[in-house]
Design a protein. Structure first.
Length: 311
C-alpha cells in the first residue's frame, strides 16, 4: 500500500469497561483461564490522535497516573497500529497521542481501549476501510478486552473473554468508581485466585467446570433493573484482590453504608465499581467517598465502543 492518507489527523475515542459479572474457570494446560463475563462500557474514555509519520511513535498524557505506561513497542496502541499496517501492507508509520482517563492497571481495560482507538484511528487515517468484524479479529490478537472496547455497549464474553455476543441492556446504569494510583498485576491476581481455590475447607469455592453468565444477570440488564443487577452481580476474582489489597474491604463497606446497591471489583482490580439506584444517589455517594479521601468518579453505562470523533 502506498503512503497516501486521507486526512492530516484522526481523533478516536474508546471506553473503559467494568465487569458486572465475572466467572473464572480453572487454569488450562497453557496457564490461561476460561472465563465468562458480562461487560459494560462506561463513560470513562481513552482518546487517541493519529497523525502521519515515517515511524511508529507515541506520547501519553492523561488525568490519571500514567508514568508506568510504556512508550515503546510494548505499548498496546503501538502494537495495534503496527498490526494494522502489516495487515493492509502500509509501509510508513504513525504518531499516536494517547490521552488517558481510564486508570492504568485498574481492571477497566484502559490499555485495550487504547489499542481499540488506535485501530479505528489508523484505519481512518490510512483509508483502509476495514469493517467492524475485521477490526475485532485483529483486536483479539492483541488481547481479550480489545474486541469489547471496539464493540462497546453491553456484551457477554466467553473463552478468554474475547468471544463476544451483544447483550441487550435497557436504560442507563449509574456507577461510582473508586480508582487507585497503584494498579494491580492481572497475572498475580489470577495466581492468587488459584492459590485461594487450592485451600481446604467447606467455604473455599472451586472453579466452575464451564464458566457461564447467570441468566438472572442478563435478565436484570434487559430490564434495566439496577436492584436486580445488584443481587445477581459477582466477580470470582474478588477474594484474590482482597487478599492482595485488604484495605479495599473497608472501602467496600463504606460504599455500601453510604447507599450503594452493590460493590464490585472491576476485572482484576483494584478499581471498585459501586452500582447506584439513580443519578442523584450516585452524585451523593461520589461526594461522600471523595470527602473520605478517595478518588471517586461518577460514570454511566452502557456507552458506544471505539469510534472516530470530529477533530
Amino acid at each position: 500500500m502506498t503512503q497516501a492518507y486521507i486526512t492530516e489527523r484522526v481523533h478516536a475515542r474508546a471506553p473503559g469497561k467494568i465487569n458486572v459479572f465475572f466467572q473464572v474457570g480453572a487454569p488450562g494446560a497453557d496457564g490461561y483461564h476460561e472465563v465468562a463475563s458480562a461487560y459494560q462500557a462506561v463513560s470513562l474514555y481513552e482518546d487517541v490522535w493519529a497523525t502521519p509519520s515515517d515511524e511508529f511513535t507515541i506520547e501519553v498524557t492523561g488525568t490519571v497516573q500514567c508514568s508506568d505506561v510504556p512508550l515503546d513497542e510494548n505499548n498496546l496502541a503501538v502494537r495495534a497500529a503496527r498490526l494494522l499496517a502489516s495487515e493492509i501492507g502500509y509501509d510508513a508509520g504513525v504518531h499516536l497521542h494517547v490521552h488517558k482517563a481510564v486508570p492504568v492497571a485498574g481492571g477497566m481495560g484502559g490499555g485495550s481501549a487504547d489499542a481499540a482507538a488506535a485501530l479505528v484511528a489508523c484505519d481512518a487515517l490510512w483509508g483502509a476501510g476495514l469493517g467492524t468484524a475485521e477490526l475485532q479479529r485483529l483486536g483479539a490478537r492483541l488481547g481479550a478486552d480489545v474486541p469489547f472496547a471496539l464493540m462497546g455497549g453491553t456484551a457477554v464474553g466467553t473463552g478468554r473473554g474475547d468471544q463476544l455476543s451483544p447483550a441487550l441492556a435497557r436504560g442507563r446504569f449509574e456507577w461510582v468508581l473508586v480508582v487507585s494510583d497503584e494498579g494491580m498485576s492481572t497475572p498475580v491476581v489470577y495466581a492468587e485466585l488459584d492459590e485461594y481455590r487450592s485451600g481446604t475447607g467447606i467455604y473455599v469455592p472451586r472453579a466452575p467446570a464451564r464458566p457461564a453468565v447467570y441468566p438472572m444477570v442478563l435478565q436484570a440488564l434487559r430490564q434495566g433493573d439496577a436492584q436486580a443487577l445488584a443481587s445477581a452481580s459477582d466477580n470470582d476474582l474478588t477474594p484474590a484482590v482482597l487478599r492482595l489489597r485488604p484495605t479495599l474491604d473497608d472501602l467496600i463497606n463504606l460504599g455500601l453504608q453510604e447507599g450503594a446497591l452493590a460493590a464490585l471489583v472491576s476485572g482484576s482490580g483494584p478499581t471498585l465499581a459501586f452500582l447506584i439506584e439513580n443519578e442523584q444517589a450516585a452524585l451523593e455517594l461520589q461526594v461522600a467517598l471523595s470527602a473520605a479521601g478517595h478518588n471517586a468518579l461518577h460514570v454511566h453505562g452502557p456507552v458506544p465502543g471505539a469510534r472516530v470523533l470530529p477533530d
